[in-house]
Design a protein around this ligand. Structure first.
Ligand code: FES
Length: 106
């Protein structure tokens, strides 16, 4: 299965597997990755799955949805490379993707 690495604000890395078609949020929650709560269950309605996508992967993950843009406008500490990872679906093309969790998410 493809892998995704989540790096916490303190530098701790967690590499987990995610099935094709599964969201990065689901993979994080199922593997108890700190800082990704996924409170809304992936409905793009909570922003507790906020991550920063590393530059090498930004183009590959595709663009934000309109709903995601709206949710991110309410989220703390957003950056140009912010995404809600419940909206990023794993695929073989994303094998090895690296994302970072914001400082405020533990
Ligand atoms: Fe709620 Fe992503 S899990 S917005």
């Amino acid at each position: 299965m493809p892998k995704v690495t989540f790096i916490e604000h303190n530098g701790t890395a967690h590499t987990v597997e995610a099935a094709n078609g599964e969201s990065l949020m689901r993979a994080a929650v199922d593997n108890n990755v700190p800082g990704i709560d996924g409170d809304c269950g992936g409905e793009c309605a909570c922003a507790t799955c906020h991550v920063y996508v590393e530059a090498d992967w930004w183009e590959k993950v595709g663009g934000r949805t309109e709903t995601e843009e709206t949710m991110l406008s309410f989220a703390a500490a957003t950056k140009d490379n912010s995404r809600l990872c419940c909206q990023i679906m794993m695929s073989d093309a994303l094998d090895g993707i690296v994302v970072h969790t914001p400082d405020g998410q533990h």
